[in-house]
Design a protein around this ligand. Structure first.
Ligand SMILES: Cc1cc2nc3c(=O)[nH]c(=O)nc-3n(C[C@H](O)[C@H](O)[C@H](O)COP(=O)(O)OP(=O)(O)OC[C@H]3O[C@@H](n4cnc5c(N)ncnc54)[C@H](O)[C@@H]3O)c2cc1C
Length: 318
């Protein structure tokens, strides 16, 4: 679709060149499908960042040789999807990074097909900030931080969970450009669980929950799609609660109260009624508790072994 407000398109990934009326252009799958920039309004200039030459995926290693991952904002969804099939990601055995098992079901959570994956970018998904943005779900579940370039030449970092403020709203300031996302190695080494539901098979996500085991008796849960902005909860089994002040008990009744409070209200559009999204969030969260903390989470016996929804982690990294 033509973006009729645009007078000029230039190759530029330098925020110091930013002017009022500019929009960053990455894969263009949002800008060209809506015919405008839904986050900022009609752009006069498009600054195309795809020629920046940023390597899509970069591994960093700590002193112990443990890898962490940097994903360029311009990394295409297709490049990220291919990482799940790399037998030696970051130079380690694939089985040592079970967090990468989340990538296939997350990519399949796009309504967009693999044809769109070949152009759409990770940064574009986060910056668009749709509730059903699957890469927002993945990056928040991984506790990723965004590295942001500013028009004054400086840089800042922000947790992806904080960067997304609401539907099509981020906390990116004037002219700020996401350079990359930093994923801690500990998130990739932790055991994940994934659940998502849609009104139609392979349709727009109505609720998408990811859990990551953080110890024998605790997990971090990220809730997206059913809520206006990502909700993160630390859920801890009774025996470990003393060591985690402020955490929520890993119990069906307790965590449901906590997520209701944190969500405030439930997202409402054609892809799911808010009351249904709330019930599905509860159901999917119970399943994640039962899966990641078997025997330790309470009140979730009925959810044990149950997988609701159309997508799942298909292959074990073992
Ligand atoms: C058929 C179809 C189905 C789709 N299904 C889904 C879906 O289920 N869920 C979903 O979330 N999206 C969906 N999309 C939308 C889109 O494909 C994704 O959100 C995609 O990841 C956007 O990336 P992009 O590179 O194409 O963004 P662009 O269109 O290039 O940019 C989108 C926005 O992000 C800004 N931006 C891009 N990169 C940066 C950066 N590095 N720093 C700061 N701002 C930046 C742009 O200025 C613009 O405001 C779908 C699109 C199509 C065509």
């Amino acid at each position: 679709m033509d973006v009729t407000s645009v007078d000029e398109v230039l190759l530029c990934a330098d925020p110091r060149e930013w002017r009022a009326g500019d929009s960053w252009l990455a894969g263009g799958t949002v800008i060209y499908s809506y015919g405008t920039d839904i986050t900022r309004g009609a752009p006069r200039r498009l600054l195309d960042i795809t020629g920046a030459g940023w390597p899509p995926l970069t591994w960093h290693h700590d002193a112990a040789g443990q890898p962490s991952l940097e994903i360029a904002a311009t990394c295409r969804v297709a490049d990220l999807r291919a990482l799940a099939d790399d037998p030696r990601p970051g130079g380690v055995h694939r089985a040592d990074l079970p967090g990468l098992d989340l990538i296939p079901p997350v990519c399949d959570s796009f309504v967009a097909s693999w044809k769109i994956w070949n152009v759409s970018t990770v940064g574009g998904n986060v910056a668009t900030a749709l509730p059903a943005g699957p890469l927002i779900s993945l990056l928040t579940a991984w506790d990723a931080t965004a590295l942001i370039l500013r028009p004054d030449g400086r840089r800042r970092r922000a947790a992806v969970a904080d960067l997304v403020a609401g539907p099509a709203k981020t906390r990116l300031g004037y002219g700020e450009l996401i350079r990359s996302f930093l994923v801690p190695g500990s998130s990739l080494r932790a055991q994940p669980a994934f659940r998502r539901i849609s009104l139609t098979e392979r349709g727009r996500s109505a609720a998408l929950l990811i859990g990551r085991r953080t110890s024998a008796g605790s997990l971090r849960l990220s809730v997206t799609a059913s809520v206006f902005r990502p909700v993160m909860l630390d859920l801890v089994a009774e025996a470990e609660l003393g060591a985690h002040p402020g955490a929520v008990r890993a119990d069906a009744a307790a965590w449901r109260v906590a997520v209701d409070r944190a969500a405030g209200r439930w997202y409402d559009d054609i892809h799911g009624d808010p009351a249904w999204r709330r019930l599905m969030t509860h159901r999917l969260g119970d399943e994640i508790l039962a899966e990641l903390l078997p025997g330790a989470a309470t009140g979730v016996d009925a959810a044990a072994g149950r997988i609701t929804g159309d997508l799942r982690i298909e292959r074990s990294a073992a």
